[in-house]
Design a protein around this ligand. Structure first.
Ligand code: 13P
Ligand code: SF4
Length: 343
């Protein structure tokens, strides 16, 4: 391959990966934050590029015998929980999430034991063992309607692990929620003061914010929602320019749905910053074409979950999927789009 250009080499690798998927009766399910090459491969081979809710649905419904999940560990586990009969491979098994890491199952279990009167609602970004102890699982695409539903039934909640998403949901619903104190290391870095300055420079830009961001950033959003909800705002051509407060892996898909759109990354560093963030999840970045080919050829990266944990976790994931199906939170670019109003 020495005489091939970099573009040709990457194209040849993508070709190899496509052939490996075919040879192993496998489908690629990619999150919006993984490398653009993987997103393109998923689209070109009949897989999907989606938010975590749609990834779960797609894997459950696809007939392939092997699911290759390019994302982070909880996404692979969710696929396996919903399809125990399928082989689920991850290009990189070590790809985790700060929210998952920050919510160990034993501590979470003790917290639940201490509050038996509360319904335990966990974000999808948790281990299978945490989900097995919970009553409900939610993703950012359905957290708001599910909590609203539970609140309307008079339920008091335990919420884990994302304190920012939890704070946003509590503020929107008025629900009684005891909060775990986890955070996403990517979204937590978005800076409110610098965002205000950037908005002054770009007064026409629509501000898109993922609700894992701090409250002072969410408060400046025109649209706050899951990755699919943010994508939908751009696909609907709501504006000509956007300030985007989510992982910058998302830009690849946003550019595809509106090539004319001006996309500006929300600031992650500046005078109020304590460290510099690149606005890209280090665990999502572990996924690559090479790793997809390797996991398919070697069988490495297979997800295994103990059946009792799997079955307990499955009950509350299926509760979420049934709720979203009944309330028409529909694929592919569904999810809630919350209009905070012009700022
Ligand atoms: P979505 O469910 O919006 O895709 O979010 C998953 C995630 O990990 C965001 O950081
Ligand atoms: Fe977890 Fe944040 Fe990475 Fe999403 S972006 S997988 S929430 S660390």
């Amino acid at each position: 391959m020495a005489d091939l250009s970099l573009t040709d080499r990457r194209g040849a690798l993508a070709q190899q990966a496509a052939e490996a998927l075919r040879a192993h009766d496998a489908v690629l399910i990619a999150h919006y934050y993984v490398d653009g090459e993987l997103q393109d491969l998923a689209q070109a081979t009949g897989g999907c590029v989606a938010d975590s809710l749609e990834m779960a649905r797609f894997g459950r419904d696809h007939e392939a015998r092997t699911l290759v999940v390019a994302g982070v560990r909880f996404m692979g586990e969710t696929a396996k929980i919903l399809s125990p009969e399928k082989r689920v491979l991850m290009p990189e098994l070590e790809a985790t999430c700060s929210l998952d890491l920050g919510c160990p199952a034993d501590e979470f279990g003790q917290w639940c034991d201490a509050h038996p009167d509360r319904v335990a609602v966990v974000y999808a970004n948790t281990s299978a063992a945490v989900k097995a102890r919970a009553d409900w699982v939610v993703t950012s695409a359905c957290a708001l309607p599910i909590v609203r539903h539970l609140h309307a039934q008079g339920k008091k909640l335990l919420w884990a692990p994302d304190k920012h998403l939890g704070g946003y949901i509590q503020e929107q619903t008025g629900a009684d929620m005891l909060m775990w104190s986890g955070a996403c290391i990517v979204h937590e870095e978005f800076k409110a003061v610098e965002l205000e300055l950037l908005r002054k420079e770009h007064p026409q830009a629509l501000v898109l914010v993922h609700p894992e961001s701090p409250a002072a950033v969410v408060a400046q959003a025109d649209v706050v929602g899951s990755t699919s909800a943010l994508l939908k705002a751009v696909a609907d051509k709501r504006a000509k320019s956007y300030i985007v407060a989510t992982d910058n892996g998302m830009m690849h898909r946003l550019r595809q749905v509106d090539p004319e759109a001006i996309l500006i990354e929300a600031p992650t560093a500046g005078r109020s910053a304590t460290c510099k963030s690149c606005a890209h999840c280090p665990w999502m970045a572990m996924n690559s074409l090479e790793a997809v080919i390797h996991c398919l050829h070697s069988g490495a990266g297979e997800i295994h979950i103990d059946p009792p944990v799997r079955d307990a976790a499955r009950a509350c994931i299926e509760r979420m999927l049934a709720f979203t199906a009944a309330s028409a939170i529909a694929p592919p670019a569904g999810g809630f789009v919350q209009h905070i109003g012009a700022v």
